[in-house]
Design a binder for this molecule. Structure first.
Ligand code: CA
Length: 234
């Protein structure tokens, strides 16, 4: 028996073998899922980035872009939908690699439909928890920020931030794409209620840029919005 909230889930199926894509797609639709599909890695990546899916079934051997690359790029673009990988039998390394780059589970080909459906149901049930856990880790460019562990790395090298810099970076990350005035940053990050220390914000932003931007004078992530403040663009 399917629960209503599960049956309405939207699944993206990225698989190049048309027979499997059709069989699987039909079966998922019969189970009540809304199913969209892509026939190669690049198309799958574009679809998964452009709209929301509750789950992505991702084959590893794909034309254009393999499943590993698709999964990696999805995660670095902030797509948090659970990913279920389809791996070839006996390739243990594939499973390990898949889970290491952000896949949530895998099923070995050839699989029994019942097993695949059980895994899909299990992943859909733990979506909220999985989302919470993952939302603590943010990546942009080669920078990785773990908010819960208060760890920042850049290209695998640890980045040392002061607690104020970390608080500032956290605030930017939690408000992506918004223009944040110096006054607001001071109030929210420093707790000051005066607008007289706005230079403080500039100094800290400059320091953060030194640490996380490739070219601090031409920042890609921490942008200046003329006369207004700053904006974080992951
Ligand atoms: Ca394939």
């Amino acid at each position: 028996m399917q629960r209503l909230d599960e049956t309405s889930a939207h699944i993206l199926l990225i698989e190049d073998e048309s027979a499997l894509r059709l069989t699987l797609g039909d079966r998922l639709k019969k189970e009540g899922y809304a199913v969209d599909h892509a026939v190669d890695g690049l198309a799958g990546l574009e679809k998964a980035t452009a709209s929301h899916f509750d789950l992505i079934v991702l084959d590893i051997m794909l034309p254009e872009l393999d499943g590993f690359a698709v999964c990696k790029r999805l995660r670095s673009r902030g797509v948090t939908a659970p990913v279920l990988m389809l791996t070839a039998r006996s390739r243990t390394q594939e499973k390990v690699t898949g889970l290491g780059i952000g896949a949530d589970d895998y099923v070995t080909k050839p699989f029994r439909m019942a097993e695949l459906l059980a895994r899909i149901n299990a992943l859909l049930r733990r979506v909220p928890a999985a989302r919470d856990a993952r939302s603590d880790v943010h990546t942009f460019g080669d920078v990785r920020v773990d908010l819960r562990a208060t760890e920042v790395t850049r290209g695998d090298q640890p980045v040392e931030l002061s607690s104020r810099e970390f608080a500032l970076l956290r605030f930017f990350i939690e408000h992506p794409g918004l223009t944040l005035s110096r006054k607001e940053l001071l109030t929210k990050v420093w707790g000051y209620h005066a607008a007289m220390f706005t230079r403080t914000v500039d100094v800290h932003v400059a320091s953060l840029r030194q640490k996380i931007e490739e070219d601090p004078r031409r920042p890609r992530f921490l942008l200046t919005v003329q006369r207004l403040g700053y904006k974080f663009k992951p």
